[in-house]
Design a protein around this ligand. Structure first.
Ligand code: ADP
Ligand code: MG
Length: 503
């Protein structure tokens, strides 16, 4: 997938008091699988349900209850792996990660430490200006989410909501290939876009359905290249992990402030301690949460309640055959088929619903004109009212009809905006609006000539001026347009005025 027409973007460099420092970032993204049922129980995953109403006995950790793998979740994890060009492991296995979780009553999280279902893949992260970074994916594993402890409802008590307990998560682990805050945000955005195209995670960050643990370290210029050559982590600095970030803006702010904290420590002769930290947006600082546990602290061991997960190549091939066109391919096709700019193609393919709408408008029409109307007029108008393409009052067929009227010369671009506004607010069809409201462009040269004659006769001084300075012909064109209510064809007006003035 590596597109050789892209250059790698420069890494972010922060100047310390003594040295320049480069940033190294690796992300662990937790994406909630778009499944109606949990990973090992049939309980619903519905968001916002009454607390503790979506809890099966196995989710509540009742003795003797056994987990049963949800095949649908496995299929979605495989689909995600295929969408990220990753290796699919036909044999994977579940392990217990033992820990005291007040909101996971079984006392351990079922995860995949040793044998994840998805292996190495990659994501192309475009940074604009013809640069892009290929971020390597190390692995994707399936695991259970925990529930929610609620500490702010009562001064003396805490509450637990187990609705989220046992919901399927995909943990998507990147290599430390990300080199700055903007790249980290662009990576999460790209990942989210691919997951949404695939339909494997809705990407809703506000609800916590997509959240990232951000690992940050700093190194001196040149050291990262040594790491790349050898894959030897000792060339990199000690990392800290910032937990549970679910805002693009905060991800960037947290990385920046954490890198500066590490630089100050090192330049002060101190050491960075590997630990888990939390970002506080109010104070714009990261604070220590706990020192990083080692894997052996969790006493990982294969879950004896679950058999190793074996899937067949034929099943994987069927899923592969069902993959939709993904963002990179769609964007490349929009550029080559419709002659769009890189930027326009990116905007139109950001969401699959937008891309589908655009294609319907552009089919058999001028692609660039269609892109302009969809991006500038329609998106602009939708944004004003916080609407999405799904509830656009103007359908793709209607916008296509409007573009057809411009192309055929029936209306000018300027009148088209008025027609669009009427269509947007009333839902009427553009052709009918143009007809009923008498908005058709006047191309009848007789009518235009009459208007020009009238204006020339009424303005002898302007005629003299324009004849001395042909640039002033625009004044006459403007007058004619005004006289015809903007409906005259501007090119025809220009020609007739120039001819009549003898220019
Ligand atoms: P753990 O199992 O302790 O979480 P991993 O080796 O799985 O550790 O790494 C977790 C994440 O940390 C990965 O996304 C990886 O890319 C990132 N990472 C590892 N080393 C560094 C480093 N020196 N700087 C920044 N990120 C790093
Ligand atoms: Mg980890």
């Amino acid at each position: 997938m590596l597109d050789l027409s892209y250059d790698a973007p420069a890494p972010k460099v922060i100047a310390g008091a003594q040295n320049d420092w480069e940033l190294v970032i690796g992300l662990e993204v937790h994406a909630q699988v778009s499944s109606k049922a949990k990973l090992f129980s049939g309980a619903s995953t519905e968001f916002g349900a009454e607390p503790n109403s979506n809890v099966a006995f196995v989710d509540a950790g009742m003795p003797g209850m056994l987990p049963v793998i949800n095949e649908g979740c496995v299929a979605l994890a495989v689909k995600t792996g295929l969408g990220l060009n990753a290796q699919i492991n036909l044999v994977s296995a579940f392990d217990r990660k033992n820990y005291f979780y007040p909101d996971l009553p079984q006392g351990y999280q079922i995860s995949q430490l040793y044998h994840p279902i998805v292996g190495e893949g990659e994501v192309l992260v475009e940074m604009g200006n013809g640069t892009a970074r290929t971020v390597r994916i190390e692995r994707i594993h399936l695991e259970q989410d925990a529930g929610k402890s609620i500490h702010d409802m009562d001064p003396n008590m805490s509450f637990v909501d187990l609705n989220r307990t046992g919901v399927a998560l995909m943990e998507i682990v990147s290599r430390p290939d990300i080199r700055g805050p903007e790249e980290a945000a662009a990576y999460v955005l790209k990942l989210r876009q691919i997951l949404r195209y695939l339909g494997t995670c809705d990407g809703n960050m506000q609800n916590g359905n997509l959240r990232a643990d951000v690992n940050v370290s700093i190194c001196k210029p040149g050291d990262y290249e040594k790491y790349q050559e050898t894959q030897d982590f000792s060339h990199l600095g000690t990392r800290c992990e910032i937990k549970n970030m679910n805002s693009m803006r905060f991800i960037q702010m947290a990385i920046d402030v954490e890198a500066r904290r590490q630089i100050a420590l090192i330049e002060d002769g101190k050491e960075v301690v590997q630990e888990t930290r939390l970002y506080d947006p109010d104070k714009n600082e990261t604070r220590s949460m706990r020192s990083k546990e080692e894997a052996h602290d969790y006493r990982y061991f294969p879950d004896p309640d679950l058999l190793p997960l074996e899937i067949e190549q034929g099943w994987v091939d069927d899923i592969k055959a069902s993959l939709p066109e993904l963002p990179d391919q769609k964007k490349a096709r929009f550029i080559s088929d419709f002659g769009l700019s890189d930027y326009d193609a990116s905007v139109l393919t950001a969401e699959v619903a937008n891309a589908t709408y655009f294609e319907k408008v552009a089919e058999g029409r001028d692609g660039k004109l269609a892109a302009n109307w969809v991006i500038n007029e329609l998106f602009g108008r939708l944004k004003k009212e916080d609407h999405t393409i799904e509830d656009s009052p103007v359908s793709a067929d209607q916008l296509g009809e409007l573009i057809g009227l411009i192309k055929s010369g029936d209306i000018s671009g300027k009148i088209a905006k008025e027609v669009f506004e009427i269509a947007y607010t009333t839902g009427r069809n553009p052709a009918e609006i143009v007809e009923t409201e008498g908005m058709k462009q006047v191309t009848d040269t007789g009518a235009i000539e009459a208007a020009v004659d009238e204006i020339i006769a009424a303005n002898p001084a302007q005629v003299e001026k324009a004849q001395a300075n042909p640039k002033l012909v625009g004044w006459f064109v403007g007058q004619v347009m005004k006289a015809t209510g903007g409906k005259a064809n501007p090119a025809a007006v220009n020609q007739i005025v120039s001819a009549k003035l003898g220019l």
